[in-house]
Design a protein around this ligand. Structure first.
Ligand code: CP
Ligand code: NVA
Length: 301
């Protein structure tokens, strides 16, 4: 039987996602109480990353280590994958040795190919298409800070990028309304939008998106792999900066999140990052707890 993978939020049912987030909250308490919980002794997680990472890599390595298991970090430079060994062969070999593989790369199709040939669960640790692990932490953070997410008004301001795509999928799985403000030409994937129906709105006006929002999100204007267009993007995205004036249009108890790394003075101002409404550090910490809940879900039988 082929294993469960976590390539997009749609790989899990809404009920499973809810359970996973509740479990992340419990695992956080267990850790903070100093209890040892090592359900993954002798299990090995391979972390195969083509792009840079701080939070995702460290949360995965810490998660498996706190669970009593081990990780192996593999960059393409160090593996035969980087010298042209096919993804299909790498998947067959790695998954016969390790218990789980987390992959961060460019093309989403590459991770789908890997999963197709893998005997072990595959975790999407970010592709150009989406970043599902980020959404586990983000929804956990919203629920911890403000309670139920169903029916809430969530604003996305900036690029219609991979993280935005995961917000579109999350809106369907967690039943919230999402209003996305992007410049013309930087809208999210149209097929994802079409599948999401009328709980998603797209505008080019950031004020419209943020007005009365319960939760405001942004991300970098140039994602990894888009460095060449960074200068042009700085100009195009200037009206989309999340600053205190824009935040003042949201509900008074709205939260601000950013998956990080942040570029202060570009997509967000320093005062918003440090404001009462900002929960970015709690959000970053929750990458660990949600990653643990995901590993437990996939690997503890
Ligand atoms: N948010 C996020 O995925 O951060 P890293 O790129 O540091 O992993
Ligand atoms: N959109 C960003 C997210 C980084 C966590 C990128 O892909 O670079």
């Amino acid at each position: 039987m082929s294993p469960r993978h976590f390539l997009t939020l749609q790989d899990f049912s809404p009920t499973e996602l809810r359970q996973l987030i509740q479990r992340a909250i419990e695992l956080k308490t267990i850790l903070k109480q100093g209890e040892r919980y090592e359900p993954l002794k002798n299990k090995v997680l391979a972390i195969l990353f083509t792009k840079s990472s701080t939070r995702t890599r460290v949360s995965l390595e810490t998660a498996i280590s706190q669970f009593g298991g081990n990780s192996i970090f593999l960059s393409p430079k160090d593996t035969q994958l980087g010298r042209g060994e096919p993804i299909e062969d790498t998947a067959r070999v790695l998954s016969r040795m390790v218990d789980c593989v987390a992959i961060r790369t460019y093309a989403h199709e590459d991770i789908e190919t890997f999963a197709q040939y893998s005997n072990s669960p595959v975790i999407n640790a970010l592709t150009d298409m989406c970043h599902p692990c980020q959404l586990l932490a983000d929804v956990q953070t919203y629920i911890e800070q403000r309670g139920e997410i169903q029916g809430k008004r969530v604003a996305w301001v900036g690029d219609g990028n991979n993280v935005c795509h995961s917000y579109i999928l999350a809106a369907q799985q967690f039943d919230f309304n999402l209003i996305i403000a992007t410049p013309k030409g930087y809208e999210p994937n149209s097929a994802l939008l079409a599948a999401a129906g009328d709980r998603i709105q797209v505008t080019h006006d950031p004020s419209e998106a943020v007005t009365d929002a319960d939760w405001v999100n942004t991300d970098v204007w140039a994602s990894m792999g888009q460095e060449d267009s960074h200068k042009k993007r700085l100009q195009v995205f200037e009206p989309y900066q999340v600053n205190s004036l824009l935040m003042s249009l949201a509900k008074p108890d709205a939260v601000f999140m950013h998956c990080l790394p942040a570029h202060r003075g570009e997509e967000v101002t320093a005062d918003v990052m440090d404001s009462q409404q900002s929960v970015v550090w709690e959000q970053a910490e929750n990458r660990l707890h949600s990653q643990k809940a995901l590993l437990e879900f996939l690997l503890v039988k």
